[in-house]
Design a protein around this ligand. Structure first.
Ligand code: ADP
Length: 431
């Protein structure tokens, strides 16, 4: 037992004993002892009342003056209170810092609950998305940001990539919205003004389109004159070789410019294509004939159709994509090799794979293969008349159809390029 409780016990025993001794004088020891104990109880109850009154006040630091056990209890409560006040002040300071720093973030931040209702947003988010704290807290974000792209993005639930929206009264502003999951299903919406980047990107696309367009006419003239000169009977035989090379390079440049223009057109019109029903079997037969006719030493090309279904697509775009894949397979496969083209449909959609057993591609190049002008071996690509733009075109064509391009390859063994179209692109064969 602690010292303080020993003192209490001693005091109670002493008072009871004194009561009993005094009672003995009047022949009533028990009654007097009980009266003495009742006095002690009354005093303790009075202390308890003081303690209760004090705890009810807001001024917990103005502790009542009490001794013994009560003093100890009062001291402990006052200490707990002081500690709580200290932590509260610290938390408030931290919260204030946090609010100040999130307010200073140059991007908009919106906290959403799992139902996509707004819990909190910073000043930048209010500015960019025109949110008002008084009316918009608790509302679903897609009631306030109503662009269909965002509504679809929010509903899809896969937030790996951000979405870019046109905003402002006349759509002059571009906002990038990215949702990040955190905690128990909570969502963090990050908003960034990307108007400047979008403007630069538009300028870049326009520049490439204009430059390619401007280069096409003079190049056509040069190629025409070179053709004319090559057919000239009085031509000095010494010039025949260089002239041949000049013609070859002019053809290559024309190819690059045509590919650049094709890419520009694809980029200028980023929306999904509606398309018509394309007879893939017929298209591939045609491409096979073209490829065999074009390549100097073509490998064998086998076609396999595992589905009678057709493809709902932009005929010209898919033709250019499939032609690029077949062309590449023919370019990078020796004459002794073989190319297998397979068309099939399943629950995931429609698929076209072009498989070759040619030179293959080392793993480190695969992620960058669809970038413009990316070539594993620039010398070899140039020698075969490649522009380095073919796979970039294929990737864009697939994106316009809501699909994707998958590449698998082993260096020295061969490659497989697969175009995957979504199920809504599959259509039944014409009767
Ligand atoms: P290119 O006009 O150079 O063929 P592409 O964009 O079509 O440009 O292809 C990019 C690069 O990918 C090529 O330079 C080549 O290195 C590699 N490549 C494409 N297809 C194949 C293939 N079937 N086999 C091996 N390498 C390939």
């Amino acid at each position: 037992m602690s010292r303080i409780w020993l003192a209490v016990a001693a005091r109670v025993a002493l008072v009871a004993a004194a009561g009993m001794a005094l009672g003995a004088l009047f022949g009533r020891p028990a009654t007097m002892a009980a009266a003495a104990l009742a006095l002690i109880l009354a005093r303790e109850l009075q202390q308890l009342r003081r303690l209760q009154r004090w705890l009810r006040t807001d001024r917990l630091d103005a502790a009542p003056d009490a001794g013994g056990v009560w003093g100890d209890v009062v001291g402990m409560v006052a200490r707990l209170h002081r500690r709580k006040q200290y932590h509260k002040r610290r938390l408030l300071r931290l919260l204030r810092e946090l609010r100040r720093s999130t307010a200073a973030i140059p991007d908009g931040v919106v906290l959403l609950n799992p139902q996509a209702e707004i819990l909190w947003f910073n000043r930048m988010a209010a500015r960019l998305l025109a949110l008002r704290a008084r009316t918009d807290l608790g509302l679903r974000i897609d009631n306030l940001v109503r662009q269909p792209e965002f509504v679809r993005y929010l509903a899809a639930g896969t937030y790996a990539q951000p979405v870019v929206l046109r905003a402002g009264t006349s759509g002059e502003q571009y906002l990038q919205l990215h949702i990040v999951r955190y905690g128990a299903g909570q969502l963090l919406l990050l908003v960034r003004d990307v108007t400047r980047q979008e403007q630069l990107e538009t300028m870049r696309k326009e520049f490439v389109a204009n430059a390619s367009h401007e280069l096409r006419s003079p190049l056509t003239v040069i190629a025409g004159y070179l053709e004319l000169l090559a057919g000239e009977p009085a031509l000095d035989p010494v010039l025949a070789g260089p002239l041949q090379e000049m013609r070859r390079q002019a053809v290559r440049m024309t190819g690059i410019i045509e590919d650049l223009l094709a890419l520009s057109r694809l980029e200028a019109d980023a929306g999904p294509v509606e398309g018509v029903d394309v007879d893939v079997a017929q298209l591939l037969e045609q491409l096979r004939r073209d490829t065999l006719a074009r390549s100097s030493q073509p490998p064998e090309i086998r076609l396999q159709f595992d589905s009678p279904n057709q493809l709902r697509a932009d005929a010209a775009l898919v033709q250019s994509a499939f032609a690029n894949l077949l062309d590449n397979a023919a370019k990078y496969t020796p004459a002794t090799g073989a190319i297998s083209v397979r068309w099939w449909t399943d629950s995931a959609g429609a698929h076209l794979s072009v498989q070759d057993n040619g030179i293959g591609i080392a793993a480190e190049h695969l992620p960058r293969l669809t970038e413009r002008f990316y070539r594993v071996d620039a010398g070899r690509s140039r020698a075969t008349g490649g522009s380095g733009l073919g796979l970039a075109i294929v990737k864009h064509v697939m994106q316009r159809h809501g699909g994707s391009l998958a590449i698998a390859s082993v260096e020295g063994q061969g490659s497989t390029f697969t175009c995957n179209f979504p199920p809504e692109r599959v259509c039944a064969a014409a009767a």
